[in-house]
Design a protein around this ligand. Structure first.
Ligand code: GLU
Length: 275
């Protein structure tokens, strides 16, 4: 109060804007949010090789390594990261509400999603495939799914693709996460699971004597890092961070470290287009 009484309002406003300017980036940008050395990042908790919360409480996977690399470019160390689970159906909501600062969670770049969030990247390319029980010799590809029960996850492009293209003869069962589909497959409650090959390959690597991939991939999925729709500056900076991860060789070693054991071809890095 004393401060206010002694100084005219314009001087107070000028002083406040000076403080704000010294503070650096505005709070609406990713750089502004990272200024206190902390970020909240959405990942998957149940996708081996990509995003997984291990029993010891550690977070591991290629998406996790990409997230850590990007965070480090904004001056945020691993100890400053809060990990949040971002399931397929929740990603747009988590970003739009500000509950997470960005999402690295097998998140395909689509025009529909761009109405609600923006994407940096892509940082990885894969395609939709099919997972069946090892002993199955009937399901060989999407055209052999007639009369079968097919599991996928609500809010994913994979479930949407099945609805759009195979819905007539396939019984689509939707769960909240792919690991539940895999349990249902092993239990015989569904006949196949569909989503991106790289995700399915992670489950095969955990149970190679029980599960197998069949057929060729039938879509192209480009994974982006999702962030606030209006943060164009953040998008450009995250895309630059991805390019740096690729050119430094860190992208390739993270891929080999996390996906190298899975029975899937390791792709080349895609060209970053979302700038
Ligand atoms: N990449 C697809 C998607 O973003 C499927 C994987 C997932 O659900 O995370 O919808």
């Amino acid at each position: 109060m004393l401060f206010r009484r002694l100084l005219p309002a314009t001087a107070v406003a000028a002083a406040l804007s000076l403080i704000a300017a010294c503070g650096g980036a505005s709070d609406d940008t990713l750089a502004g949010k990272a200024e206190d050395g902390k970020l909240t990042i959405g990942i998957r908790f149940d996708q081996p090789g990509l995003g997984q919360r291990r029993l010891d409480g550690k977070y591991v996977g290629f998406d996790v390594d990409v997230a850590k690399y990007v965070a480090a470019q904004f001056g945020v160390r691993e100890s400053g990261i809060t990990w949040r689970e971002a399931r397929s159906a929740d990603r747009e909501k988590l970003i739009a509400s500000g509950d997470v600062d960005f999402v690295v969670a097998t998140y395909s770049i689509t025009d529909k999603r761009k109405e609600q969030v923006s994407f940096a990247g892509p940082y990885f390319e894969t395609g939709q495939g099919l997972l069946v029980r090892y002993t199955d010799d009937e399901v060989k590809g999407p055209e052999t799914l007639n009369g079968k029960r097919l599991c996928s996850v609500s809010g994913s492009t994979s479930a949407q693709k099945v609805k759009d293209q195979f819905a007539r003869d396939v019984r689509l069962v939707e769960y909240g996460q792919y690991s539940d589909c895999v349990v249902a497959l092993l239990a015989g409650n569904v006949d196949a699971v569909t989503t991106d090959e790289v995700i399915l390959a992670g489950y095969v690597a955990e149970n190679p004597e029980l599960l197998k991939l069949v057929g060729a991939p039938f879509t192209t999925e480009r994974y982006g890092i999702g962030l606030a729709k209006d943060d164009a500056k953040g998008r450009a900076e995250v895309s630059a961070a991805i390019e740096k991860m690729v050119s430094s060789g860190e992208w390739r070693s993270a891929l080999e470290r996390n996906i190298g054991q899975a029975d899937v071809r390791l792709p080349e890095p895609p060209k970053v287009t979302e700038k």
